[in-house]
Design a protein. Sequence first.
Length: 75
Amino acid sequence: MQPLILNKVCRYCPYCDLIIARKSEVKSLMWATFEKTKPEIVGHEYLVLGTVEKADWRQISKTELPLPPRDYIRK
């Protein structure tokens, strides 16, 4: 598992409480991010979890995200 925070603006549906993004755009951003650093990740399943405030994204993007403990991850 590899956490990733994309700098992507998406639409939001307040009635459904869903984030709306084009799958092709998300995949191309992920591909551009991992093609050289972790090519084995490209093409596998992924999970979009939510949103991050722009100020938080700026702070987080300066550091590497920690991975959760393996016993925390459910399959």
